[in-house]
Design a binder for this molecule. Structure first.
Ligand SMILES: [Zn+2]
Length: 213
């Protein structure tokens, strides 16, 4: 698929980042020419918790490389080029204009360790690019879920249930934003909390969709 080329050409020169999100090579696009050689694979359309899941691509290089650097490599500024990439790849699937963007929250302990919530940075940047409001504190993470990697699917589902709560009122429709969606257990737990709070989930937006199990 030539999606990446189209996405790159859609990114305005003036808004473009100065280095490749995957390797730091100077470039005006999200990825340098060498990294962009690897096309983004579009996973088949899927819904999570009854809402469409919209992603920039499958969790594979160069996108996965950029996400690891963004999330674990102390590179919060990559939220800018990655949210531009995401916004461009959403294209015609415009987000509802009356919805607000809500990032999946980190537990305060993990937030303190990492120093930033990557989903919140993405939601803020995406909101700026798409002209939507962002409410990073609408959802609150009530307890720390254990790391999802390496756990059986059933274990993960139980692990994430009741982990979130709606903490702010006055919002009716939201788009949940996360960095990577794998089984969707975290998003489903958010959706349950939103439903309990009387909030409608319109869509789920993530940089990548991973198929880890
Ligand atoms: Zn590169």
């Amino acid at each position: 698929m030539k999606l990446l080329g189209r996405v790159l050409s859609e990114i305005l020169e003036g808004l473009a980042p100065s280095v490749c999100a995957a390797c730091d090579e100077p470039t005006r696009n999200a990825f340098c020419a060498a990294c962009a050689e690897t096309s983004l694979h579009r996973p088949p359309a899927r819904s999570v918790a009854g809402a469409p899941l919209l992603v920039a691509g499958a969790y594979a290089p160069p996108l996965s490389t950029a996400i690891v650097r963004f999330k674990y490599g102390g590179r919060p500024e990559l939220s800018r080029s990655l949210s531009q990439l995401l916004s461009a790849s959403l294209g015609a699937q415009a987000l509802p204009t009356d919805a607000v963007l809500v990032p999946v929250p980190l537990h305060p302990k993990r937030l303190a360790m990492r120093g930033y919530n990557q989903a919140a940075l993405l939601a803020q940047e995406l909101g700026r690019v798409c002209g939507l409001a962002c409410r990073p504190r609408l959802l609150s993470r009530m307890r720390e879920t254990q790391r999802q990697v390496g756990k059986a699917r059933v274990e993960r589902l139980t692990n994430a249930a009741d982990a979130f709560e709606v903490r702010q009122r006055g919002v009716r429709r939201v788009v949940v934003v996360d960095d990577v969606v794998t089984t969707g257990a975290t998003v489903r737990a958010c959706a349950q909390a939103l439903a309990r709070g009387g909030v409608e989930l319109c869509a789920v937006v993530a940089l990548a969709e991973a198929f880890g199990d």
